[in-house]
Write a protein that binds this ligand. Sequence first.
Ligand SMILES: Nc1ncnc2c1ncn2[C@@H]1O[C@H](COP(=O)(O)OP(=O)(O)O)[C@@H](O)[C@H]1O
Ligand SMILES: O=P([O-])([O-])O[C@@H]1[C@@H](O)[C@H](O)[C@@H](O)[C@H](O)[C@@H]1O
Length: 379
Amino acid sequence: MPEPDDEGAGQQQQPKAGPALEGLVVGSYCHDVLLRGGRVVGETLGGAAAFVSNVLDAASPPEASFSVVSKVGPDFAYASAPAPARHPPLLCPARPTTSFHARFSDAAASAHAPDRQLRRVHACDPIYPEDLPDRRFAYGLAVGVAGEVLPETLERMIRLCRAVLVDAQALIRAFDAEGDGSGAAVRHVALEGTPYAGLLQRVAFLKASSEEAPYVGVETARRRCCVIVTEGRDGCRLYWDGGEARVAPFPAVQVDPTGAGDSYLAGFAAGLLWGLSATDAALLGNFFGAAAVSQVGVPTFHPKMLQAVKRILEDKAMPRSSPCINGAAFTFQRSIMHDELHASLEEAARLMRDQSPPATENGDGILLAQEPTSPPSGC
Ligand SMILES: Nc1ncnc2c1ncn2[C@@H]1O[C@H](COP(=O)(O)OP(=O)(O)O)[C@@H](O)[C@H]1O
Ligand SMILES: O=P([O-])([O-])O[C@@H]1[C@@H](O)[C@H](O)[C@@H](O)[C@H](O)[C@@H]1O
């Protein structure tokens, strides 16, 4: 696992030490407009920073903390929402808040939402290296959605953080302005051809959806860092140099796929913070990804469900001093308690489902409710 990378830092001032288990989340909050069949059916707080902060605040170990570096314009409409209120963004007075239109077809029903057509309508300023706090962190999450995490910013994150986890959408998105005022269509470019490719060797985990995976080049990337491919309702797979694992999902009735990948990555990071191996931590990723799709926008978690999850993690996780996110090296393989952990979390997931009203198509609902998925047999 990479140490905070001091490459080239010799001639620069060394960053100060930070709290033992402090994380750094880098990516901007945004405005999301959800359209179904051309009709606006939802306007919500968005941006990976919102979904990630939501899960880390809910599921991190008590001794962990994190800072968020995010940028918004004076038009930001969600300053009082829990995540931005707890982790205030930087204000860019001369720029609009980043905003996306997520268009779904009338018949949208897929967990991967391949028919989710994204358009970036506004983009706030990028996040520059100098915007990052000058201190060391146990881990960093590079979670840009609109290209705001620049290569030089990711490079500085690598120097500041003991381990960096990256969402591929921060690296491989391109934006094709249509010129008709409807914003820029979001498409993907091959990671190998971007300025980020050379940084992969110094990243600990790279997460990509199955739609993004072909642009990442899993077989090449896995030789540089652990690659996680999320597969919607089918869970996820981990690929590292020397092994791979499939991790079963949790049942969910999908009403809005937005933020599933973001919530997954935050749940995964929280699992590492609890001392779980990467394959076991992926269960927590699947758990919070499933929670995210069960609600429109940034999900709220029932306190009883969170209590159950924390009891499980306190009971099953390794002592936090174990070599994981703040140790010498990551453990990738599933542990002997993997299946038991899945079963316990599934019990907690039932609490969440019992507490939230069934998803229905009621005009305000984003997408058709889906039958809860029954997880396939273990890996
Ligand atoms: N319909 C669903 N049912 C259960 N879990 C889901 C569903 N959709 C997503 N998830 C969970 O969220 C994770 C991320 O979702 P995915 O759609 O693959 O990512 P992204 O949002 O980046 O496209 C999945 O690996 C899975 O664990
Ligand atoms: O759904 P997901 O891929 O995990 O992440 C989403 C981004 O892809 C999207 O650009 C943004 O507008 C949403 O708020 C959310 O962050």
